[in-house]
Design a protein around this ligand. Structure first.
Ligand code: R5P
Length: 289
């Protein structure tokens, strides 16, 4: 039997995946006492047996306590006698530290994967910064694309074209543009530091057009706002921001005022969540066999 368990960062998406798969959903108690532990430590208790079952645990690993929760859930599911455990990590926090940039640093993405491999048999994630790193993880790991869901949404919104704000986003914009049935273009971005980006000027055919900027992550909104300003200065009529993962940290909301709308998926639940990637994860889980 297949069962789905959702961590507290991903309950809505996990329930959506369970519905798509026609699998039973296991509720989790996240507090031992009302209000939780006074020191903020996480707690989990499965409220149904998972013995002999293939369990899908769904949990985004942001912010940090959600990572601890995922490890606790995976351990409880294993101790509960699950026959197979698939980790669905919709947003893989720490994915951007995918190499040792400076001597002595941790390769954080690999660190997280190493700990997941203790209890999980395989990992499914989405729009990870560098999909190549999945090959170095010590458990079978696959990237599931969220672009079909985003492409369908943008098609129904009737956008005229998509824009990748940097090289890294080209593969995403390209895939979504095929599904939306519209062209795409891209910009060149230089990152000065974690808070500042610069965009190389480039002529874009956007005059009078409805353009969607498509990126993997919207964090501070710096990248999106630079791209939106460029589009506006070149005469775009309507500009919307689309991120697979909407982190929205620091002054993101102020930065994103440069856009007419902001759209994110349910890999991270936020007021901008307008697209569900449950069908994409369900299809990938079915394909596991
Ligand atoms: C970086 O290359 C990523 O693809 C995103 O463009 C970046 O993480 C977005 O960050 P921010 O919203 O802070 O510009």
């Amino acid at each position: 039997m297949m069962r789905v368990v959702g961590g507290s960062a991903s309950v809505t998406l996990a329930r959506g995946i369970a519905r798509e798969l026609d699998a039973s959903y296991v509720d989790v108690a996240f507090e031992k006492h009302p209000g939780g532990f006074p020191d903020g430590e996480r707690y989990v208790r499965l409220t149904a047996s998972v013995a002999g079952d293939h369990v899908i645990v769904v949990q985004t690993t942001h912010p940090d306590p959600m990572l601890i929760e995922l490890f606790l859930l995976a351990d409880a599911i294993r101790d509960g006698g699950a026959s197979q455990l698939t980790a669905v990590v919709p947003y893989f926090g720490y994915g951007r530290q995918d190499k040792r940039f400076l001597e002595g640093e941790a390769v954080s993405a690999k660190t997280i994967a190493k700990h997941l491999a203790v209890d999980c048999d395989e990992l499914l994630t989405m729009a990870i910064h560098n999909p190549g790193i999945l090959q170095t993880f010590p458990l079978p790991s696959r990237e599931v694309s969220g672009m079909p869901a985003i492409g369908r949404y943008l098609k129904s919104a009737k956008v005229d074209m998509l824009l990748a704000p940097d090289r890294n986003a080209i593969r995403l914009a390209k895939e979504a543009s095929k599904i939306a049935g519209v062209p795409f273009d891209s910009l060149e971005k230089r990152r000065i530091d974690s808070y500042t980006v610069k965009i190389t000027p480039k002529a874009l055919a956007v005059k009078g057009k409805f353009v969607a900027i498509v990126d993997d992550v919207i964090s501070t909104g710096g990248t999106i706002s630079m791209a939106a300003r460029e589009l506006r200065s070149q005469g775009a009529r309507r500009v919307v921001a689309v991120g697979v993962h909407g982190l929205f940290v620091n002054n993101a909301e102020a930065n994103l005022k440069t856009c007419d709308d902001v759209i994110a998926t349910d890999t991270i639940q936020s007021p901008h969540t307008k697209v569900s990637v449950a069908p994409e994860f369900a299809a990938a889980i079915r394909a596991l066999g």
